[in-house]
Design a protein around this ligand. Structure first.
Ligand SMILES: Nc1ncnc2c1ncn2[C@@H]1O[C@H](COP(=O)(O)OP(=O)(O)OP(=O)(O)O)[C@@H](O)[C@H]1O
Ligand SMILES: [Mg+2]
Length: 251
């Protein structure tokens, strides 16, 4: 499998009154095209920092990210990002939020709306095109954020605890939806989550991080058959994997 995204020896030190806060230390990761990778780790260990580095939003203090073998030194339309909070513009409609990145680029409005309509179908928001995003539920708002991240048809999707604020049932449904979208689009996904079950359910591989400064402490391959349905979580194979991940998480 071709390696699409590679982080090599990433360290991030934030300035602090104590002379520097080390968020990531010598973090390396190689992600294959089409792979679904989940990253888990204790709170504050540097997961969001890692995602910002992988997305070209934060230059690492040392180390380098490579996209298709080329150094990544800034944001890039090949990478779509969904943050923990949907970060939508409440005064714009669903469609207007989704096409915002294209509007900024000055893309033709008709083409933008055609793409948005396709994504609205994909994320299951038909009928809500003209709703203001302030009127949406948390799950619906995250669907808009996912559609917006997909508007450039990026090869890579980075997700930072996208369903962290949702209740357990909605979260389970959103995970199934996410798998459906991933299976339809075959993007490469790197997703940060606190939730071990979610990580095993979704991914091909779970990366476990140490406490801050974050490093990789374990990698757990998940060879559960696909497509996956929610009852897989009751299987012995699933429990064994979840336990392995659980044991690898420090503290
Ligand atoms: N812009 C910043 N400036 C200074 N310190 C920062 C900045 N962003 C993050 N940090 C610090 O870096 C460390 C890692 O933060 P980060 O948000 O990456 O952790 P996290 O693993 O995503 O945590 P959580 O699981 O709670 O979301 C924390 O100690 C945080 O305070
Ligand atoms: Mg975080």
């Amino acid at each position: 499998m071709e390696i699409i995204l590679r982080a090599e020896h990433i360290s991030v030190i934030f300035p602090s009154p104590q002379g520097g806060l080390s968020a990531l230390e010598d973090f390396s990761l190689a992600v294959s095209a089409g792979e679904f990778v989940c990253v888990v780790g204790p709170s504050g260990c540097g997961k969001s920092t890692l995602l910002r580095v992988l997305g070209g939003l934060l230059p690492p203090t040392s180390g380098q990210v490579y996209l298709h073998g080329k150094a990544l030194n800034g944001p890039c339309s090949d990478i779509g990002i969904v943050f923990q909070k949907a970060n939508l513009m409440p005064w714009r409609t669903v469609v207007q939020n989704i096409i915002l990145p294209l509007e900024i680029q000055g893309l033709d409005a008709t083409e933008s709306r055609r793409r948005a309509a396709e994504l609205i179908r994909l994320v299951g928001l038909e009928g809500f095109e003209q709703s203001y995003t302030r009127e949406l539920s948390g799950g619906m708002a995250q669907r808009v954020a996912i559609a917006r991240a997909l508007i450039h048809d990026p090869q890579i999707l980075l997700l930072d605890e996208p369903f962290g604020a949702l209740d357990a049932l909605t979260r389970e449904r959103m995970n199934l939806e996410l798998l459906r979208i991933w299976e339809a689009r075959r993007q490469t996904v790197v997703m940060v989550t606190h939730n071990i079950q979610e990580a095993v359910f979704l991914s091909d591989r779970v990366i476990v991080m140490t406490t801050r400064p974050g490093r990789v402490t374990a990698e757990v391959p998940v060879r559960l058959p696909r497509p996956r349905s929610s009852d897989i979580v009751y299987s012995d194979a699933f429990s064994a994997l979840a336990w392995t991940v659980h044991e690898a998480i420090p503290g």
